[in-house]
Design a protein around this ligand. Structure first.
Ligand code: PAF
Length: 281
């Protein structure tokens, strides 16, 4: 495995693969890797010859007052975890990703980007798409793997690839969970042991709401029950719990049928967590 920091080093590391027409897989991350990320890397390895994992805490996707400064930076531990799994780790500086002499085009997330996570974190999805497009331009992957846990991000990246990167396949990786059901997240490390237990309520409420809807209860009533379950927990502040169309993120009405996605965001202590559950109604 090679650890590279600059674009020149990245190009040199990728040159043999490009010369041999090998397929390149990209797993973009912000580091602080956990088993969820490693499952993305495994999936990338199954679908491509050479796997690049990027590690870059992208300032453009953090709003004022968000946790950019506090976001865990654990490059040494991350590279140790990736040893034997990734071929190239690309850990650039902000200067490499956004060189001042280059005019980097800001990507716009459009209507989907203004809903839910986008409404709570204005500008987040434009910043996320801008860095993802930049990484696609630098790595020129054949496939890129993103986690289903960030469902709105996944939908937006899939649209970006379809619009601007013909031939690039975006692969979705299932959410990896703790034994309690809590979705793995780099931010979970900021939960104390009590909050770690409390945070299980997100996954528990998603499952409960899904079962209630499947058993015939109106979605609006089931969601209300789920909201009470979350709000009833100490230290928990619900942002949203909603049933949406998985590609447009437009809320589904009672009685809707077909593919559906339950999405949730809540603060547990100081930590903002998200989760989701795709299902068929
Ligand atoms: O999901 C993440 O970790 C980030 O949003 C991503 C895709 C690496 C872009 O910075």
């Amino acid at each position: 495995m090679q650890l590279v920091h600059t674009v020149d080093q990245l190009n040199a590391a990728l040159a043999p693969a490009r010369a041999a027409a090998q397929t390149i897989g990209l797993v973009p991350t912000m580091g602080a890797l956990h088993a969820g990320h490693l499952s993305l890397v495994e999936l990338a390895k199954e679908s491509s010859d050479v796997v690049v994992v990027s590690i870059f805490v992208n300032p453009k996707q953090f709003g004022v007052g968000e946790d950019f400064d506090k976001y865990p930076r654990t490059l040494e531990a991350d590279t140790a975890l990736l040893e034997g799994k990734a071929d190239i780790v690309f850990a650039p500086s902000a200067q490499d990703v956004y060189p001042p002499e280059l005019e980097i085009q800001t990507k716009h997330a459009g209507p989907v980007g203004n809903l839910f996570e986008g409404a709570s974190r204005p500008g987040h999805f434009d910043g996320m798409l801008t860095v993802v497009a930049r990484l696609f331009d630098l790595v020129r992957p054949d496939i890129a793997v993103f986690g289903q846990k960030d469902a709105q991000q996944l939908a937006l990246v899939t649209n970006l690839a379809a619009a601007d990167y013909p031939g690039l396949e975006v692969i979705a990786a299932e959410t990896v969970r703790e034994p309690s059901g809590l979705a793995m997240s780099s931010r979970n490390r900021f939960l104390n042991s009590e909050q770690f237990e409390i945070a299980e309520i997100l996954a528990i409420s998603l499952l409960a709401v899904c079962e209630l809807i499947e058993s015939g209860m109106a979605a609006s009533a089931a969601l209300e029950i789920g909201r009470e379950m979350i709000s009833g927990e100490p230290e928990t502040k619900l942002d949203y719990l909603a049933l949406v169309d998985p590609s447009t993120f437009v809320p589904l009405n009672d009685g809707a049928t077909g593919p559906a996605l339950l999405i949730v965001a809540a603060q547990v202590g100081e930590v903002r967590l998200i989760d989701n559950l795709p299902f068929q109604i």
